[in-house]
Design a binder for this molecule. Structure first.
Ligand code: SAM
Length: 280
């Protein structure tokens, strides 16, 4: 089932949290001179024109990135993510929002490599087009779950895998945990970042307890709620990071209160930063 298209949602509050966390992890990885590997199992189109009709059908970016760009005094820890967003618009001169592949390509160096998986018949060609001049990037129009097992461990032996499915199939909530366990078996020192939507809180309680049971060391969870969960739809979203860099929890904790304040749509806006499994 491939009915989901990220262009409808690009730049919403869930993207903001997800891409900020990805930027922080990559910023940590590039502090060391050794090359690293970025793998996106569900890449999307890579970059989204915010003036396009598809982005303006629900205009979710208006309550997401647009609020951040006009807000006063963003925390210093968000500076590089916000610069990346502005650089994406500057690249082509049209109002645009970067997808996870674009954020990664912006943060990484000439010596690093990126592998992007995307299955959608409309988004895969856009992804290829967006990165055709970037020699660091390989695009795979293949199933990201299967391909990631084949691509890990990477030659670089350090890197980040982002798992960002569309959860069109409810089984995804269970499958992602089993998949991360399988990837971790192949590449135990890799960093894994999973995005999840909160539509039904019970599903996330279950997801969290499955990660607890998995016992993967140093697993951190970050969640942002932007409105009360009393109507249908996604009212919060989060990231679960396995082998989180030691700097990540403090970085995200500095941003979450500001994000809740700027992106919150009612007085129930809140956040969580939880250690799901400790380092030892
Ligand atoms: N990671 C992107 C970002 O942050 O910019 C957004 C990705 S979007 C949430 C999920 C994407 O996964 C969709 O573009 C969808 O077409 C794609 N997709 C769904 N199933 C897939 C699969 N099995 N393998 C690869 N891509 C898949």
């Amino acid at each position: 089932m491939l009915s989901y298209r990220h262009a409808y949602h690009a730049g919403n509050s869930a993207d903001v949290l997800k891409h900020f966390v990805i930027e922080r992890i990559l910023n940590y990885l590039v502090q060391k001179p050794k090359p690293c590997f970025y793998l996106d199992t569900h890449a999307g189109a890579g970059r989204y024109a915010l003036g396009a009709a598809i982005a303006n059908k629900t205009a979710e970016y208006q309550s997401g990135i647009a609020q951040l760009l006009k807000a006063d005094k963003p925390p210093e820890v968000m500076r590089q993510y916000l610069q990346a967003v502005k650089a994406c618009t500057a690249q082509t001169g049209e109002l645009a929002y970067p997808g996870s592949p674009w954020i990664a390509s912006h943060c990484l160096r000439a010596s690093d490599r990126l592998a992007l998986c995307e299955l959608h018949p409309q988004d895969a060609p856009l992804l290829i087009e967006n990165f055709k001049r970037d020699r660091r990037v390989n695009v795979y129009c293949e199933d990201g779950f299967t391909k990631s097992l084949a691509l890990l461990p990477p030659a670089q032996r350090r890197g980040l895998t982002v798992i960002d499915p569309s959860y069109e199939v409810k089984a995804d909530y269970d499958d992602v945990v089993e998949h991360i366990k399988a990837l971790h078996k192949r590449f135990a020192t890799g960093i894994y970042a999973l995005w999840y939507p909160v539509v039904d809180a019970a599903r996330i309680t279950r997801l969290e307890s499955r990660f607890k049971q998995a016992g993967l060391k140093n697993t951190q969870l970050f969640e942002l709620q932007t409105y009360k969960g009393d109507k249908p739809g996604m009212y919060a979203s989060g990231m679960i990071v396995v082998n989180a860099p030691w700097t990540l929890k403090a970085d995200v904790a500095l941003a979450l209160p500001w994000l809740a304040e700027v992106l919150g749509q009612d007085d129930s806006a809140t956040y969580r930063a939880v250690t799901v499994c400790a380092e030892s």
